[in-house]
Design a protein around this ligand. Structure first.
Ligand code: SR1
Ligand code: MG
Length: 394
């Protein structure tokens, strides 16, 4: 039987009954608000009379965005807890897990309400320096820290088997890697983009490239991915030396190709860039497009740093990494192309695009669809300059 769903009224009692939590906030003076604005879960922000705070996140037995008509395993909370633990062990840029209740599917997390969601900052025209770069370092830390190069081959297989997340991966495989290319009931664009979309969906090279990326996603397990590393899955606070970056919402975590996380991040930076361009801010657009290259450089540098710490250097000499990095780059471009299509066409779109008026939407949406094709079809030969030119032309 499904466990009871938390409410603002029942949260204090829940915390009082939970040994790991009742000493952290005072259930007697707790104020609780439900703040979940994601697609899947309930999220409660809890603050006590002394100002101590934490967040509870409960997986519902269905997809919140759609409702009970789309049942979804609550085991996703277990996958998320496992991913946070594995990622926190290798990176400081991860929202901290305080407690996990596997029976009620509730994660207790550090409260980051002094942060803002990165996408919201981008949409408001706020500063982005160093954020995509820090996230690329997080991806590298996770790529190496959870790969067989670090944990050993047998242990790697054990961890990969334990982290299987088929139901959430199926959402990714449908929404990111199938529906935008073939047409689906859940797809939609405003009328101005329909001709551009129709032309793209008639392009067999685009479809074939997307299906090749689906094969990569289904058949490759290089590391324990975040699995949904878009700019809405990142909290940020401050700038410069005060900058704090925290990845969260890793319930889509699975073992997969490292380029999946980088690709989703890049695509979402491109969305921010085309939004800026459509709003008449070309310098900001150029700077946002430039984060693809700068974050890749940071990823490479961090990868070499992590590589130096691998378990068996004699077995894996430097040319191994020299050969692997271009594969990751190619995957990253390809998955960025998939995310560009999905967030323009499919379910769960992005506010970067959706909050634009019709004229700006047409410019920005068409740009993302053209970029999707460039990223997918040219992923093996694309250069950063070529990508920037395509983005600025689009
Ligand atoms: C039905 S869930 C839709 C999307 O929300 C999450 O952010 C993931 O991107 C997923 O694909
Ligand atoms: Mg999410």
């Amino acid at each position: 039987m499904a466990e009871p769903v938390l409410t603002t009224a029942s949260v204090p009692g829940y915390i009082a009954g939970r040994a790991a939590l009742r000493g952290l906030v005072d259930p007697e003076t707790l104020s609780v608000s439900e703040v979940g604005d994601g697609n899947l879960n309930l999220v409660f922000r809890c603050a006590d009379g002394a100002g101590r705070r934490l967040v509870l996140k409960q997986a519902l037995p269905y997809v919140r965005l759609v409702g009970p008509d789309w049942p979804m395993t609550e085991e996703r909370a277990t996958r998320e807890a496992g991913a946070i633990q594995a990622h926190s062990a290798v990176s400081g840029d991860v929202c901290r897990l305080i407690d996990f209740d596997a029976v009620r599917h509730v994660l207790a997390l550090e409260d980051l309400s002094d942060h803002e969601v990165f996408r919201n900052r981008l949409n408001d025209g706020g500063p982005h320096a160093e954020i995509a770069e820090r996230l690329a370092e997080y991806v590298a830390d996770v790529a190496f820290g959870t790969s067989f190069l670090t944990v050993g081959e047998e242990e790697f297989r054990r961890r990969a088997a334990a982290a299987a997340n088929p139901e959430l991966c199926a959402i990714t495989e449908d929404l990111i890697l199938t529906e935008p290319y073939l047409g689906a009931e859940r797809n939609s664009v405003r009328p101005s983009l329909e001709p551009v979309l129709a032309a793209l969906q008639a392009d067999a090279s685009w479809l074939a490239a997307a299906m090749a990326m689906k094969r990569r996603f289904l058949t490759t397990q290089e590391a324990l991915l975040h699995g949904d590393l878009h700019t809405g899955s990142v909290f940020v606070r401050g700038t410069g030396a005060e900058l704090s970056v925290k990845a969260f919402d890793s319930e889509f975590a699975c073992y997969g190709p490292v380029g999946f996380d980088l690709g989703l991040l890049w695509s979402n930076m491109l969305f921010a860039g085309v939004r800026a361009a459509a709003l008449g801010e070309p310098d900001r657009a150029r700077s946002l497009f430039g984060t693809v290259e700068s974050s890749w450089q940071r990823f490479v540098a961090r990868s070499w740093h992590r590589w130096a710490l691998r378990r068996e250097p004699a077995k894996y000499p430097d040319p191994y990494l020299v050969g692997w990095l271009p594969e990751i780059l190619r995957d990253s471009f390809g998955f960025a192309g998939c995310e560009a299509a999905r967030r323009t066409i499919g379910l769960a779109k992005v506010s970067d695009l959706e909050t634009l008026d019709d004229d700006a939407y047409e410019v920005a949406g068409a740009a993302m669809l053209r970029l999707s094709r460039t990223l997918l079809v040219e992923r093996g030969t694309l250069t950063f300059d070529g990508l920037c030119e395509a983005a600025l032309r689009a």
